[in-house]
Design a protein around this ligand. Structure first.
Ligand code: 13P
Length: 314
């Protein structure tokens, strides 16, 4: 069942979180849909500008639409992550997306409002939801690098004015997380005093957490044991913090780094352990199985398992 993010967030607000997972290649699309059907868990599949450049927009959508046929009992939205206008309008016109993100968070407040509002007008005319962003996250995502010094937390005092002026359907906020595998120095974590104030100012309004990967230390250890060179200070968001954020209005949790680490671990271990092999389908099969396990755990952790029932799927 293909829905807008707005429709999904109406049901999950304050109760459970929706994983929003970036996809680049066929094995992850299979793994994501298969896990969601097994768990009867709603999810968001999302594509980035980088994925478009890598795979081609038509290939990405063809994979997602094929998966929806192979796994028909799933509740999901198809979303553009970190879009710019050119990609967003292309996605809106394609008829295949139900949600888009306009990331004008690097612009000043008024420019962010103007760019977001223009996208909202075009998207809402076709019944498509819009995610906007206020505040700037640090970190590395695809080919975009934002240094910590250029990041800034969302100012809670701005959020009502921004949402009112843009009419966006959900808001990505900067509350301490960052993109990539090196999120925190020491025990810093999510800035809950900011998140709480945002929720008080925007009650019942869906919030989005970018930089939602957990960066499992065991995954880092296995990658490094198999020849990787990830640094010791790799660190993600603690699951208890994500769960608390969900109770404070975070409906959508973006994940990309964790699934890259999964790919790296599977592929590295495969070639370390079976150097005589050269068929891509053999590690590909392991990858799909591991991806399913990974997503089943995320659905459990986010409280999403079985929640297809909220949309009439049992
Ligand atoms: P991670 O780097 O934590 O996976 O975050 C991904 C993300 O926010 C995509 O928009």
């Amino acid at each position: 069942m293909l829905l807008t993010t707005k429709e999904i967030f109406k049901k999950c607000y304050g109760k459970y979180g929706i994983p929003a997972v970036n996809v680049f290649y066929m094995e992850e699309v299979h793994g994501l849909f298969e896990a969601a059907q097994k768990a009867n868990a709603p999810f968001i599949v999302q594509t980035t500008p980088f994925a478009r450049d890598y795979a081609h927009p038509k290939m990405l959508i063809a994979m997602i639409e094929a998966a929806a046929k192979i796994y028909p009992k799933v509740v999901y939205a198809v979303h553009v992550d970190h879009g710019v206008e050119e990609h967003i309008y292309d996605a809106i016109d394609s008829g295949s997306y139900t949600s888009v993100m306009i990331d004008a968070s690097h612009d000043d407040f008024d420019t962010n409002v103007a760019r977001t509002k223009a996208v909202v007008d075009r998207a809402h005319a076709k019944g498509i939801s819009v995610e906007a962003e206020l505040g700037v996250l640090a970190g590395i995502e695809d080919d975009i690098v934002i240094e910590a010094g250029k990041s800034s937390y969302t100012n809670p005092k701005d959020v009502e004015r921004f949402v009112h002026a843009t009419d966006c359907d959900c808001l990505a906020i900067a509350v301490g997380t960052s993109h990539g595998a090196y999120k925190f120095k020491g025990k810093q974590g999510i800035q809950f005093h900011i998140l709480e104030e945002i929720q008080q100012r925007l009650p019942e309004f869906p919030l989005v957490l970018h930089g939602g990967s957990s960066v499992n230390p065991e995954e880092i250890r296995r990658i490094n044991n198999a020849g990787g060179a990830l640094k010791d200070d790799a660190q993600g968001v603690a699951m208890a913090e994500i769960q608390k954020a969900i109770s404070l209005g975070v409906c959508k949790i973006n994940i990309a780094t964790d699934t890259r680490l999964l790919w790296t671990r599977v592929v590295r271990e495969f070639f370390r352990d079976t150097p005589e092999q050269f068929a891509p389908t053999t590690p590909g099969k392991v990858l799909m199985e591991e991806y399913v396990k990974f997503m089943l755990n995320k659905f459990d952790d986010f409280g999403t398992t079985g929640k297809g029932i909220d949309f009439g799927i049992s």
